[in-house]
Design a protein around this ligand. Structure first.
Ligand SMILES: Cc1cc2nc3c(=O)[nH]c(=O)nc-3n(C[C@H](O)[C@H](O)[C@H](O)COP(=O)(O)OP(=O)(O)OC[C@H]3O[C@@H](n4cnc5c(N)ncnc54)[C@H](O)[C@@H]3O)c2cc1C
Length: 461
């Protein structure tokens, strides 16, 4: 399938007139109280909350490209309040109450992001809506119902989650073969680049310099070495998420998994009337190789999914250029779920990386001995989680003992990924098995394929 633009970071930048002009780089060696590495949502939220809590702090942010170059300027715009991955895994090292508190704190990020956007005058096309995870075959239906039951078992009430049947689903969005959907309420849709650009401006307005085109080469206690000079700081935050494997010493910490998105031309009103989607829900499916979509403010469809899952040696893309095979795959998913989109042009395609820890569970932390903090490994759910990271890092770095610093995701240690080629083989085997499992289920298997469970076991998913 042809696409007008491939890469150029993302459509979200084309939507606002192109990628921004660079801010100046680090002018040479410097000293600060806090040095934050990476100007995505995580680094920027951390700078925002820290500076507001203590305006006297000298904070600098270092960014190898421009603020919002990474996943924060490329994602699907689901501000979901969800988190990765397994409540049970967190529970093992904490308590049921702790996990429920964490779930509540994550849910609260949706309101928090919307309220800061209001206060700071950030217009990020934010729209409160529901998340629909649509089942299109019997096995998916079984999983969607199980997700609903599981959420309820973790005390999520009807205010927050629901299961809707085929007719109710199709009344919302005319997904072909829809058999029902798991609904998560009180989420929001955002335009990711508008959010990250607005946040960067808010941080700069507080007096925090963001030095762009400044690549961090190493992070040690009290010292960040870049290609432009050395920053000495008592406290340091590593906020490089899907790019973390590129920093010396962190090669096997978080695996950079690819995700890619295609965007259609704006749909004519007549087509929207057939499809519905009046609630602008964020919509995904229940496949193992799941997809995620949003209806943009201008009436386009942005549809994302995995594509080629992982590049050998943790390599990352070049300014978001993705493979033709991935574009074709996403187009097939789009036109299978919404066959009426078949004649539409694709205006843009791009990809980005998300950080995946070995146990697929996100973490935030601060080591008092070294003064180094971190947050990430969001496994594709960082739009809202990164906000909680920023507030949690603020409390940890200011030495505060708060409800946030006691949540079970704080200071968890996770084992590293295997060296290559095991890493590459494991991830590719997992996705191949998922694809076969999805195909068997689509052919009418009637239950979740055992191959999916095998895939999960291989990579600890
Ligand atoms: C295609 C795609 C779709 C997604 N969809 C969703 C979604 O709908 N909802 C959701 O919740 N999450 C989604 N995610 C995940 C979400 O976007 C991320 O979890 C989140 O943006 C991570 O923010 P971050 O600030 O931690 O990382 P990033 O935004 O990746 O920021 C890291 C920054 O660090 C910089 N950097 C890296 N290395 C260095 C270095 N050596 N020196 C200096 N700077 C460096 C990078 O340039 C980058 O700007 C998606 C991700 C992708 C890729």
């Amino acid at each position: 399938m042809d696409v007008k633009t491939n890469g150029d970071v993302s459509f979200w930048y084309a939507d606002i007139g192109g990628t921004p002009a660079y801010r100046p780089p680090l002018p040479g060696d410097a000293e600060a109280d806090v040095c934050i590495v990476g100007a995505g949502y995580t680094g920027l939220w951390t700078a925002y909350y820290l500076k507001r809590a203590d305006p006297a702090l000298r904070i600098v942010v270092l960014e190898k490209e421009f603020a919002g170059y990474g996943a924060s300027g490329r994602n699907g715009g689901w501000l979901s309040g969800g988190f990765s991955w397994s409540r049970e895994k967190y529970e093992k090292a904490s308590s049921r109450r702790g996990v429920i508190d964490m779930q509540a704190a994550m849910t609260g990020t949706v309101d928090e992001v919307i309220s800061v956007a209001d206060v700071e005058g950030i217009d990020a096309d934010i729209r409160r809506t529901d998340e629909l995870l649509v089942a299109t075959n019997e096995a998916q239906e079984e999983r969607a119902k199980a997700m609903h039951a599981h959420a309820k078992s973790w005390e999520l009430t009807d205010e927050r989650v629901a299961y809707i049947d085929a007719a109710q689903t199709r009344r919302r969005v005319a997904v072909h073969n829809a058999r029902g959907a798991f609904v998560i309420k009180k989420v929001a849709r955002v335009q990711p680049a508008k959010l990250v650009q607005g946040l960067a401006k808010a941080v700069a307005r507080l007096g925090v310099p963001i030095y762009e085109q400044t690549t961090v080469l190493s992070i040690e206690k009290g010292k960040v070495t870049t290609n432009r000079g050395v920053v000495r700081a008592e406290k340091i935050v590593r906020a490089t998420e899907g790019f973390t494997a590129g920093i010396s010493g962190f090669e096997r910490l978080w695996l950079p998994l690819n995700s890619a998105i295609v965007v259609t031309e704006p749909l004519p009103d007549s087509l929207w009337k057939e499809i519905g989607w009046d609630g602008h829900e964020v919509v995904g499916d229940c496949a193992h190789t799941y997809c995620y979509a949003q209806r943009t403010r201008e009436g386009r469809i942005a549809m994302g999914g995995r594509g080629v899952p992982y590049r050998f040696g943790s390599a990352t893309d070049k300014r978001g250029v993705t493979q033709q095979a991935t574009i074709d795959q996403l187009h097939t998913i789009l036109t299978t779920l919404l066959p009426r989109t078949k004649g539409l042009r694709l205006d843009h395609a791009w990809c980005g990386t998300l950080g995946v820890p070995r146990d697929w569970c996100t973490t935030v932390g601060f080591d008092r001995q070294t003064g180094i903090g971190w947050a990430g490994g969001y496994v594709g759910l960082g739009v809202s989680t990164s906000n909680l990271s920023g507030r949690t890092l603020r409390d940890l770095m200011l030495g505060r003992d708060t409800e946030l610093t006691r949540l079970p995701w704080v200071n968890r240690t996770v084992k590293k990924w295997e060296p290559e080629p095991l890493r590459w083989l494991g991830v590719h085997a997992m996705y191949q098995l998922y694809q076969i499992a999805d195909a068997r289920e689509a052919q009418g298997l009637g239950r979740t394929s055992k191959l999916a469970a095998l895939a999960d076991r291989i990579t600890g998913h």
